[in-house]
Design a protein around this ligand. Structure first.
Ligand code: GLY
Length: 357
């Protein structure tokens, strides 16, 4: 088991990464606490039971809320279900919330913890590859508003994260690909050696090889830890984590959040951002080709054939930024492992970059 330290201005905490690490020993600092478990209804019964037994054994008071996790339910109404349980059971400010699930459950539980009684502690047990390498690290918590994703939220760091690869056993291929998109992103913005390792091991990772996945998860969390430890609230370098996301968020809306998953949209967005990087930052063609080759390998043939209407995609990008009060920024690469934030890019250059091959 590896312990990765996240040291932010507001809190320092460990992310434990390993296989079969869900046990009382790794949670003993929470003994005799009031514990509320927020759990994704899709979690395998045996895992759910294991966590329920550990938490109910160590707690002074225990309760749970089961959530059907989807973007529609990442809402005020579902958040109220969590608050209702906390209030009805009389949970005090000294309580601790646990999330067992993917990014939606982690984000919502974190936001409930950020706001209940003006802020209580929480622990994350992420269950998908995507949430293990992204949502569980760095303290972004949120719910959706009918007008936009993650519009209501807070930065609130967890007390601990338990990242157990045992939970990945039942993941479908598409979920592995989603997580790999964010893992590749971490390599692209900060670590050329890791990128090379990913190139060499991508087939095994796509096949769900345990040992390789554990290595990729650990390295990926280390990169994200370094970024969020320097810039907890996204004033600068944390924006690099949005590589591929300016295009990606628009692609998600383009497909009505149904046609493309978040990870698929980000992967497609990374191909476009790589095209734009060559145009704007003179990213070398040989590096551009390597990046595209790796990212394309985690997308299906069908997705790679998708054709976007460039002007419509640009409109969606601008609308998203306007809604959030941001400028239309792009994270681009001058080389593999070297990212930069750029704005004021000519529309014609963006249009030219909107292609997947
Ligand atoms: N998912 C990007 C971030 O945590 O900043």
């Amino acid at each position: 088991m590896k312990e990765i330290k996240i040291n932010t201005k507001s809190r320092n905490y460990p992310v434990l990464v390993g296989t079969d690490i869900l046990n009382e020993k790794n949670l003993n600092e929470f003994s005799n606490k009031e514990i509320l478990l927020v759990v994704d209804s899709k979690i395998e019964d045996s895992i759910k039971k294991e966590v329920q037994i550990i938490l109910s054994n160590i707690s002074s008071k225990y309760s749970e809320v089961i959530i059907e996790a989807n973007e529609e339910n990442k809402s005020n109404a579902t958040l109220s279900v969590i608050y209702d349980e906390l209030i009805e059971q009389g949970f005090s400010r000294d309580c601790i919330l646990f999330a067992l699930g993917g990014g939606i459950v982690c984000d919502m539980t974190g936001f409930a913890a950020a706001t209940y009684l003006r802020g209580v502690d929480f622990v994350l047990i992420p269950s998908t590859l995507l949430s293990q390498v992204d949502a569980s690290v760095g303290g972004k918590t949120a719910i959706n508003h009918p007008k936009g994703k993650n519009m209501i939220g807070a930065f609130h760091q967890p007390s601990k994260v338990l990242t157990d690869t045992k939970l990945l056993k039942s993941l479908e291929k598409v979920q592995i690909r989603e997580g790999l998109a964010e893992i590749i992103k971490h390599a692209l913005i900060k670590d050329k050696t890791f990128f090379k390792w990913l190139e060499e091991n991508i087939e095994d990772l796509l096949e769900g090889n345990d040992v390789k996945l554990l290595q990729a998860i650990s390295k990926s969390i280390e990169i994200k830890a370094e970024v969020v430890s320097q810039d907890e609230t996204e004033q600068g370098i944390r924006k690099w984590l949005n590589f591929g996301h300016t295009f990606g968020h628009a692609i998600e809306v383009y497909g009505n959040y149904k046609k493309f998953s978040h990870g698929e949209a980000v992967a497609m967005g990374m191909v476009m951002a790589t095209n734009l990087s060559q145009k704007i930052l003179n990213l070398e063609k040989v590096e551009k080709d390597k990046i595209k080759h790796l990212v394309q390998s985690i997308l299906t043939e069908e997705l790679l054939k998708t054709e976007f209407h460039p002007k419509n995609l640009i409109k969606l990008m601008s609308a998203d930024k306007k809604k959030k009060g941001d400028n239309l920024n792009f994270i681009l690469l001058s080389s593999i492992g070297e990212a930069q934030i750029l704005s004021d890019i000519e529309e014609s250059d963006i249009i030219e970059s909107i292609k997947l091959t």
